[in-house]
Design a binder for this molecule. Structure first.
Ligand code: SF4
Length: 276
């Protein structure tokens, strides 16, 4: 059974996936920590959305903004203090907190303007606006499929007119256009799990790039589906020890990678044409 997080890790760097699976237990903690941080972000964004329901049509932009911020810091602080106790991240916690607060403030600023405009145009309170902005959704819904041999949860599944739309939330920088291949492969894995679970075809999913507060579509075509099967095949080979992926130096990825030394990948060791 291959987890969606393995697919994500493989797409980031096959070599890293190999090393973590074969050599190292310590970095497993980092995987769990990142999962927890992602869940905290999802909880905070969900709280902002729920706060929209309490908006009133007569509110000013300032009042809307204050209302959307309600209890966010308290929820965030209690989640992070729990995390701090579980993992040894005392030094990093302030930086993590500041990052999540910044992301949340950006989302709140945009959502405040949208909500004000929508309430004024429709002469409706936040309850009605929230129904328009945020369709019925399931969060972090875990699905296991024996046929596909994949297990994993989608950050969010929106349900509109009986159709299911997988949404993954990304805090990384987005590409200039479209989505990263790695994000598309992860999303199609979610889409295929949803199809099996709910017996309903998924035609399109979305990546929410929270840094720029933008949702980008991904069409679940046959090319993408075939791409996923190729990835699953290679992951299986790595897990069975039949494949050792080659290292490929990508400056941005490798300079901060936990395995940098293990890969013996100092910049000077590499010919110019593999540096990009
Ligand atoms: S140093 Fe680079 S090539 Fe090696 S595992 Fe990390 S990201 Fe992959």
């Amino acid at each position: 059974m291959i987890s969606i997080s393995s697919i994500r890790e493989y797409m980031f760097c096959p070599r890293k996936f190999y090393l973590r699976n074969n050599l190292d237990k310590e970095s497993e903690e980092n995987v769990f920590l990142n999962k927890r941080l992602k869940q905290i972000r999802i909880d905070v964004f969900d709280l902002i959305q729920r706060n929209v329901r309490g908006l009133k049509v007569e509110m000013s932009l300032f009042d809307i903004r204050s209302h959307l911020k309600r209890t966010i810091k308290e929820v965030l602080d209690s989640s992070l203090s729990f995390l701090k106790e579980q993992y040894n991240i005392g030094d990093e916690i302030d930086k993590i907190r500041a990052e999540i607060i910044n992301e949340s403030c950006f989302i709140i600023d945009i959502l405040s303007l949208k909500s004000l405009k929508a309430m004024q145009s429709l002469e409706s309170d936040g309850q009605k606006i929230a129904e328009i902005f945020f369709p019925t959704s399931m969060y972090s819904y875990l699905i296991r499929d024996q046929n596909l041999e994949i297990i994993g949860s989608c950050d969010k599944i929106e349900i509109i007119d009986g159709r299911y739309y997988p949404i993954n939330i990304k805090t990384s920088n987005p590409p200039v256009a479209g989505v990263w291949d790695s994000d598309a492969i992860e999303l199609v894995a979610n889409a295929m799990l949803i199809e099996q679970e709910f017996d309903s075809e998924v035609f399109v999913g979305f990546i929410d790039y929270v840094k720029i507060c933008e949702r980008r579509p991904v069409v679940m075509d046959s090319k993408l589906r075939k791409g996923l099967f190729k990835v699953l095949h290679e992951i299986n080979e790595i897990m069975d020890g039949d494949l050792i992926p080659e290292t490929k130096y990508v400056l941005k990825k490798c300079e901060s990678c936990y395995y940098n030394k293990l890969c013996n990948m100092n910049e000077e060791d590499y010919p110019e044409n593999v540096l990009y």
